[in-house]
Design a protein around this ligand. Structure first.
Ligand code: FE2
Ligand code: FE2
Length: 188
């Protein structure tokens, strides 16, 4: 559900609760349902804020692969993904959404090439397997982009979740596998 729909549902729920609270107090000021609903009403901003933040990824030091420029790339990818997620969740204009997706895809391709060059230059033994994982992601994202160009906003329902899971698993798993090898060869 996008944020615009979610905000609408929250607003409807708040409106409904206020009406029920008011009607409850008309019958009796000690009506427990009204007091219970007032408590619920006070908790709504807390839950709303929590759900707003849940799709945003924050960089953690544990994601570091021990190579400064690769960490910088990964931080930038997380920022671009958050930018796209925000554009998508808030159902911003199609132009903005498309630009955010293109920026994310372009930087991902750029980063993969940079990483692959580094692995190749250092004869990393699992280079082919790692490159295949990059290629798999590019293929999947290209499918999403084609679908988006064809069907627009609704076609992207799963993309931000797919990208978030893939990116963090890749950074925190597959990419970390080369850390020790490259660090031992003086790449930091
Ligand atoms: Fe990476
Ligand atoms: Fe990688």
């Amino acid at each position: 559900m996008n944020k615009r729909n979610k905000s609408f549902i929250y607003a409807m729920a708040i409106g409904l609760m206020i009406v029920v609270i008011f009607l409850g107090f008309l019958s009796s000021f000690t009506n427990p349902v009204s007091w219970l609903l007032i408590t619920g009403l006070l908790l709504i901003p807390f839950f709303y804020k929590k759900s707003e933040q849940s799709n945003i990824i924050k960089w953690k030091d544990e994601y570091s692969v021990g190579i400064t420029h690769i960490d910088q790339d990964h931080k930038k990818l997380i920022n671009l993904l958050n930018q796209f997620t925000t554009a998508y969740d808030h159902a911003m204009s199609e132009d903005f959404e498309k630009k955010a997706l293109e920026e994310l895809v372009d930087y991902t391709v750029y980063h993969f090439k940079r990483e692959e060059k580094l692995m190749q230059e250092n004869d990393y033994p699992d280079f082919v397997v790692h490159q295949a994982k990059h290629q798999e992601m590019i293929t999947q994202v290209s499918m999403f982009v084609d679908l988006y160009n064809e069907k627009g906003h609704d076609a992207l329902k799963d993309i931000s979740e797919y990208l978030s899971v893939w990116l963090i698993n890749h950074i925190n798993g597959t990419d970390k596998e080369y850390s020790q090898y490259l660090n031992d060869r003086g790449v930091n």
